[in-house]
Design a protein around this ligand. Structure first.
Ligand SMILES: Nc1nc2c(ncn2[C@@H]2O[C@H](COP(=O)(O)OP(=O)(O)OP(=O)(O)O)[C@@H](O)[C@H]2O)c(=O)[nH]1
Ligand SMILES: [Mg+2]
Length: 293
């Protein structure tokens, strides 16, 4: 805002400049075939010369102006700019197949207890709060906006309502019942990692292997490798479909190479938790890395 006030005489200059550029651009692009620069008339050349002189004049004026402004005002302007830059999203989206433990994790993060007896969620579970483990922490801690999107296939499209505002995504996997669900989980993960919203904004994703309190839980390395293999197969089958049938907006990995999460444009990390026992420190650390106070 401050910069706008300071530079209030410059918008006039910019309007003039853009008018000239537009006039020349229209001349260029209206031609059906590429034309040499020489098609410009003498008048256009004069205008370009005029433009060069005017630009130089503005640059000199701007330089003089900056030298006159007290440094404190420059620091304030930088401060205002930084403030706007830092108002980043605090939304973390929990997603994954039904029964993987998202709602239990949601309550652990919010209340520090698992609220045993959770049933299949029929609506997204949403809240803005300080992480339970940080409620006694002194100093600045930013509240987290946490969304737990139900894993039931009919409710999964709800995910699209929250992805545009997500600072990070947590894809929860049931580390115990992993193998029977590997294919479906890979499909869901593939869909998320190829969404335009997710790829363009490079939203970081945490692959969270939950229920590691059970001795039969698979390790995170095993889960990662299986998901990579499954996504590799999916990639081949989906590319074979006609483009009209492909709903995914982006492709995954490097063509000709076996798929690995490290090839994703989004940063993908992997961690382990037990929502039931409250062993969720790796998840809390990931959230804090992406929701900065
Ligand atoms: N052993 C063990 N069981 C867990 C853990 N987390 C969740 N569960 C159990 O897994 C079941 C499903 O948990 P939910 O949190 O309801 O699963 P969800 O992902 O929210 O499922 P939807 O709402 O259907 O998408 C419940 O019976 C939980 O008690 C865990 O860390 N360890
Ligand atoms: Mg749930």
């Amino acid at each position: 805002m401050l910069s706008v006030v300071w530079l209030n005489s410059y918008p006039v200059g910019f309007v003039f400049l853009s008018g000239l550029f537009r006039e020349i651009k229209v001349k260029f692009f209206r031609q059906e075939h590429p034309v040499p620069f020489s098609f410009l008339t003498e008048m256009d050349k004069e205008k370009i010369e005029e433009l060069k002189i005017q630009t130089q004049k503005w640059l000199n004026e701007a330089q003089e102006f900056i030298q006159k402004v007290p440094p404190i005002q420059i620091y304030s302007a930088i401060g205002v700019f930084e403030l706007f830059k830092r108002t980043s999203s605090n939304t973390i989206v929990l997603t994954g197949l039904t029964g993987c433990g998202k709602t239990v994790l949601f309550y652990q993060l919010r209340d520090g207890s698992s609220h045993q007896g959770t049933v299949t969620s029929m609506e997204p579970n949403e809240g803005t709060f300080l992480l339970h483990s940080e409620t006694t922490k002194k100093g600045k801690v930013k509240p987290v906006h946490l969304v737990d999107v139900p894993g039931h296939s009919r409710l999964r499209p709800k995910l699209d309502d929250f992805l545009p505002q997500a600072a990070a995504i947590v894809f929860v996997v049931d580390a115990v019942e992993f193998l029977p669900n590997c294919r479906v989980a890979s499909e869901y993960l593939y869909d998320i990692l190829t969404k335009a919203n997710v790829v363009k904004k490079k939203i970081p994703l945490l692959l969270l292997c939950n229920k590691v309190d059970k001795v039969t839980a698979h390790t995170k390395d095993f889960i990662r490798k299986q998901l990579e293999k499954e996504i590799d197969k999916l990639r081949a089958s989906r590319t074979a479909l006609s483009s009209a049938d492909i709903a995914n907006e982006y492709t995954l990995g490097v063509p000709g190479e076996a798929f690995a999460f490290s090839q994703c444009q989004n940063k993908v990390t992997i961690a382990e938790t037990s929502g039931l026992t409250g062993d969720i420190s790796q998840l809390e650390q990931f959230i804090r890395e992406h929701v900065k106070p």
